[in-house]
Design a binder for this molecule. Structure first.
Ligand SMILES: [Ca+2]
Ligand SMILES: [Ca+2]
Length: 198
């Protein structure tokens, strides 16, 4: 093992042991009886006070999901937004840690035939706008895991189908839903009343 690798593995070990997080809830395979260890994603992932659902997308390039016309702008993103933790590697790391811990040695992602738990949570590479960085378990073997920062990846490079990109979607909190109802209902009733008068 060369010195760089050794320093790197020490850094990763420190990272793993100093990060704590709770496990997320598994989104199982639709036929979970025959595919008990295959997951489509997770829900109840809490990062910086917001709760998310995470879904996996197998293979393809970063640009296929977030920047199909490859102009560096996310306005054409298939998710309707930039990657959720694009500008916060702390939050990307926290989100990746929850996924990492929940996958443990138990689960594989999307398709058993891939027998892979390799996932990538992308975040900005400030040194090169054509490339990204990601947190993830970069060893496909479900029994061998290490949460690491990847080497820079080209945004337009297609990855193997056993690589899974992670898409996060915020889940509205019950309180914000209630607030939304409280603030929009009077508006609606005012509109209805006005209509009535007219
Ligand atoms: Ca674009
Ligand atoms: Ca692994």
């Amino acid at each position: 093992m060369n010195i760089n690798k050794h320093i790197l593995s020490c850094a990763f070990a420190a990272f793993i042991f100093t990060t704590t997080s709770h496990a997320a809830i598994v989104i199982p395979h639709p036929d979970s009886i025959n595919h008990p260890n295959t997951v489509l994603g997770f829900t109840d992932i809490n990062v910086a006070g917001i709760t998310y659902t995470a879904s996996f997308v197998s293979g393809g390039s970063f640009n296929d999901i977030w920047d199909p016309n490859a102009d560096g702008d996310f306005s054409d993103s298939t998710t309707g937004a930039p990657p959720t933790f694009w500008t916060s590697n702390t939050n990307a790391s926290d989100a990746a840690t929850v996924i990492f811990n929940t996958l443990s040695d138990t689960f594989v992602i999307l398709d058993e035939s891939n027998n892979s738990d390799l996932f990538l949570v992308p975040f900005i590479n400030t040194n090169n706008s054509n490339q990204l960085l990601a947190f993830g378990d970069t060893n496909t073997n479900p029994g061998i895991d290490a949460l690491v920062t990847t080497s820079p990846l080209n945004k337009n490079a297609s990855v193997h189908p056993f690589f899974a990109w992670v898409i996060f979607t915020p889940i509205p909190e019950p309180t914000s839903l209630a607030l939304l109802t409280l603030t929009t209902l009077p508006l609606f009733s005012r509109k209805i009343r006005r209509k009535h008068i007219a």
